[in-house]
Design a protein around this ligand. Structure first.
Ligand code: ATP
Length: 284
């Protein structure tokens, strides 16, 4: 038997870091949503008790370092599944980009294997399993739009923001999330974005208010380390995007655009100096 799952990319409409906890994680407040840029996973049962990962992308690990492998191993161990699985990852989400590609693959693996092996695990339990793999995995189980607190694993669902275009641009640098959090100093932050105000903007279904409330305190670290990310932000604003922000720890920058007539100009303008540009819809 063979099944398919889509693993969409996430963006942070706002991201605030409150403080560093004793366990080393940072306490965060994030409002996350998903965009229509997705990896596609094909999962087929294997007669032997083994996990085999393949991908057309030459640049991701295919062994136990792969988050889809870790997700499959976790669900097999926890539910005592003796059959194996071949997971093929058709990667479309750029890697180490701040778009939670690996986390979304892990979540799609948990959802897919739940179906393939008819385990009937409720979403809540899948999210708890996901939290063992990474802070963004629980959100990626259900997707939609949510406020994430704790280290990102405590979720409060909220309505989707108003539909719009999302233009994503990833400069050719890899950013380590751990490194960015390691360098983050909350006393350096002048303006914290407000989760409450962003939530209100979404509830009002006001595109202008959503754009006005966008903010990510991690820009303070990544933009200083990599000026090209700042240049990309500046270019997106100059080209006419309505709201522009770095996603997660970066380096991907995204712009929200309400008018379809502006999309081609912004896309082409960015493609002039950045190879990886995507124009997609928000997943609502
Ligand atoms: P986040 O926003 O959650 O920090 P990210 O988008 O910055 O995630 P990922 O694309 O998830 O980063 O990749 C981070 C690292 O995880 C990479 O170094 C990559 O080699 C590794 N990795 C493991 N499994 C996967 C996977 N299935 N897809 C992509 N990267 C993976």
């Amino acid at each position: 038997m063979k099944i398919y799952e889509k693993a969409p990319a996430k963006i942070n409409l706002m991201l605030d870091v409150l403080h560093k906890r004793r366990d080393g994680f940072h306490e965060v407040e994030m409002i996350m949503t998903m965009v229509d840029l997705a990896d596609r996973l094909e999962m087929s049962e294997l007669p032997r008790d083994t996990i085999f990962i393949s991908s057309q992308a030459g640049y991701i690990p295919l062994d136990e370092k792969n988050l889809a492998f870790q997700a499959a191993r976790l669900i097999k161990e926890r539910y005592d599944v003796k059959t194996g699985v071949h997971i093929h990852l058709d990667k479309k989400i750029p890697v180490a980009a701040g778009l939670a590609g690996g986390s979304s693959d892990a979540a799609a693996t948990l959802r897919g294997l739940n179906r393939l092996w008819r385990l009937n695990i409720p979403d809540q339990e899948l999210q708890e399993l996901g939290a063992e793999l990474g802070s963004d995995v629980p959100f990626c189980i259900t997707g939609g739009t949510a406020l994430a607190t704790g280290r990102g694993e405590k979720l409060t669902p909220m309505p989707n923001p108003p539909q719009c275009w999302v233009i994503l641009a990833k400069p050719p640098i890899n950013v380590s999330t751990a490194d960015v959090y390691g360098r983050f100093r909350s006393d350096k932050i002048v303006r914290h974005p407000s989760a409450a105000k962003m939530e209100q903007a979404i509830r009002n279904q006001s595109f202008a208010e959503v754009c006005g409330q966008m903010g990510n305190v991690l820009e303070d670290v990544t933009l200083k380390l990599y000026p090209e990310v700042q240049h990309l932000k500046d270019a997106m604003i100059r080209l006419g995007a309505d709201g522009v922000l770095m996603s997660g720890s970066g380096p991907t920058v995204f712009g929200l655009v309400s008018k379809e007539s502006k999309v081609a100009r912004i896309y082409n303008g960015l493609r002039g100096f950045c190879k990886e540009v995507y124009a997609v819809r928000m997943l609502t």
